[in-house]
Design a protein around this ligand. Structure first.
Ligand code: ADP
Length: 589
């Protein structure tokens, strides 16, 4: 385990404190010891001085005694002290270091000056005679108690001795202090390590939780603060796990909802960056990048109408709408609704997109259809109304005309009837394949029946109607009535658009998975630009001619829708002036 930083800091702090305490202790101890030692030395020096004075007083002739030098030298050898006997003029009479050498007047020495007034003098200074720091004590010498001072007795000791003792003491104190410091620091480290050991476990657990790994094992059975912390930790893990589960569930639910939505959903933040985009939105707006979240919407989508709506929603804190056409080849029509998100802290906008292309086309178709139907029905109705009016205004009495007008009314009424029947048929077909009862049916049989039914019509127009089918049945999957309507419409058209002496032929054959029904004529043909459109409702190449032929413009639309309802296909080949071939492919059995 790495030393926890807090522990290192604590230990360094402790060590510094210990050092400061040791310094204070050592310096106080040294000072008091020095004071004590100096005092003791001074007391000792005083005793020695007094002893020497007593000795001198006993000498005959006192200071002038010849044996004084000898005595002083001996005293110096026996003790660590220096003794100096000085006369009243400052001359050194005897010195334990220098004998009776003349070492100059000593009256100016501070201890001597002091002793004159205080009866005792101290000084701590550098000795120029001995060239080292010394401590001095001097007392005035009296030959007898009542006599004035006849000289001075001085005792000195090198102050270095005291310093040496103090240094020794300091060295010892420091050694003990450092040893104690090392010992207590070591002990503290051990104690702190064992006390802080679980901390690493908590740190690791917290880190793992941060990385998303829940369920970290922690020492929960300890009966101390760590145990309490571990319990709190475990509780927190449980809480996080349950919240995470809830969050994941909510996210998954909203993701699933968003991805299955038909509407495109986008959301942007205050900076216009995409925060949500579902699949439908990607499809509608053809995003070129796979991951658009956090990208600027302006970089991804370039429909000014959409951006204006978003800006307006944000500026007015309301909802704004837009409608635009996409730039891709499909040219889808999209309706967008941008709503300001007041609950978001940073002015987000939610955009819902709806693809209204089919709806739009359907609406157009419905509008066209209603207009076409009205127009188609109006023509025969107007004729009927005109003939009836003419009859009422007098033509009813005109024996030649009235029959003719009534016949016209009948013809127009029949046309109206045909149109309504065709409209009903197309409504039925468009309601979807479920309205048909698809079964295996014999196409050849149906063809024979249709040709029989329409032969009279062909003969009347002097058009040859041929049938080229096998005697054997040809089975397709479709509905009988529907197929009959297809065949009848195609043959009927072929007869109508083929001039007299022309030929119409109905053929069938089996071609792989298909059953083919082919109606070929030698009629007027259809130019290429009309070929695709003749299958549209009410589309006619030549309106007047179609009407004259009693056409409704719905025949081929019915053929196409029926064929599609039977999962089949329609093909058309035609050449102007040469004729046309309509081919129906139905799934074979
Ligand atoms: P209509 O009732 O007018 O015949 P249809 O939907 O059956 O309506 O046909 C649409 C148009 O296609 C016709 O008006 C006609 O111009 C053209 N058409 C259909 N069949 C033929 C054909 N066999 N030969 C030439 N033109 C045809």
């Amino acid at each position: 385990m790495n030393t926890p930083r807090v522990l290192t800091r604590f230990l360094i702090g402790y060590l510094l404190l210990h050092l400061v305490a040791a310094t204070v202790f050592v310096s106080i101890s040294s000072r008091s010891t020095r004071y004590q030692m100096v005092k003791n030395t001074q007391d000792k020096m005083k005793s020695l001085a007094l002893m020497l004075q007593a000795h001198v007083q006993e000498l005959p002739a006192g200071l002038k005694n010849d044996s004084l030098v000898h005595h002083v030298l001996k005293l110096g050898q026996q003790t660590d002290f220096r003794y100096t006997v000085i006369d009243a003029d400052g001359n050194v009479l005897a010195d334990s270091e220098k004998g009776d050498q003349n070492i100059g007047s000593h009256l100016d020495r501070p201890e001597i000056i002091q002793s004159k007034t205080n009866q005792i003098g101290f000084s701590n200074r550098f000795s120029h005679t001995l060239q080292k720091p010394m401590m001095y004590l001097a007392i005035p010498h009296h030959n007898a108690d009542n006599e004035p001072a006849s000289g001075f007795i001085r005792v000195a000791v090198p102050s270095g001795m005291i310093n040496k003792s103090i240094h020794g003491l300091q060295r010892n104190l420091w050694t003990y202090a450092l040893l104690l410091g090392a010992l207590t620091t070591g002990l503290l480290t051990l104690l702190a390590f064992s006390a802080l050991r679980p901390l690493k476990g908590f740190a690791d657990a917290a880190r793992n939780i941060g990385h998303g790994t829940l369920q970290q094992a922690l020492p929960t059975n300890q009966r101390n603060e760590w145990g309490e912390l571990a319990d709190a930790f475990a509780q927190m893990q449980q809480e996080i796990a349950s919240r995470e589960g809830q969050l994941r569930e909510t996210n998954a639910r909203s993701d699933a909802m968003l991805s299955t939505m038909i509407e495109g959903v986008l959301a942007t933040d205050g900076q216009g960056r995409i925060s949500i985009a579902n699949r439908a939105a990607e499809r509608m707006l053809s995003f070129s990048t796979p991951d658009v979240v956090d990208r600027d919407l302006l970089d991804i989508v370039r429909y000014p109408e959409l951006h204006t709506a978003i800006e307006s929603a944000r500026a007015n804190k309301a909802t704004a709408k837009a409608e635009f056409e996409t730039l891709d080849p499909d040219r889808r029509r999209i309706k967008a609704r941008a709503t300001y998100l007041s609950s978001e802290p940073e002015q987000g906008v939610a955009i819902v997109l709806r693809d209204v292309t089919d709806l739009h086309a359907l609406e157009n178709m419905r509008r066209d259809f209603v207009a076409n139907v009205s127009h188609e029905l109006k023509t025969p109705l107007a004729s009927i109304k005109a003939y009836a009016e003419t009859l009422r205004l007098g033509a009813i009495d005109d024996k030649e005309k009235n029959i003719q007008f009534v016949t016209q009314i009948e013809t127009q009424a029949e046309l109206l009837n045909l149109q309504i029947q065709d409209l009903l048929e197309i409504a039925r077909v468009e309601s979807g394949s479920s309205a048909f009862n698809i079964a295996n049916i014999d196409i050849n049989q149906l063809c024979r029946q249709s040709v029989n039914d329409l032969r009279a019509q062909a003969t009347q127009r002097n058009v040859e109607l041929l049938l080229d089918v096998d005697d054997k049945p040809l089975i397709a999957k479709a509905e009988g009535n529907g197929v009959t309507t297809i065949i009848n419409n195609l043959i009927s058209n072929a007869i109508h658009y083929t001039p007299a002496d022309g030929r119409v032929e109905l053929r069938t054959r089996h071609n792989g998975e298909w059953v083919e029904i082919e109606v070929t004529d030698t009629g007027i043909g259809i130019s290429p630009e009309h070929q695709a459109r003749v299958f549209e409702r009410f589309y006619r190449v030549d309106k007047a001619r179609s009407r004259d032929e009693g056409g409704t413009g719905l025949g081929l639309a019915i053929v196409k829708h029926l064929t599609q309802a039977f999962n089949g296909q329609v093909e058309l080949e035609s050449q102007i002036g040469k004729g046309s071939t309509f081919r129906i492919l139905l799934p074979a059995k």
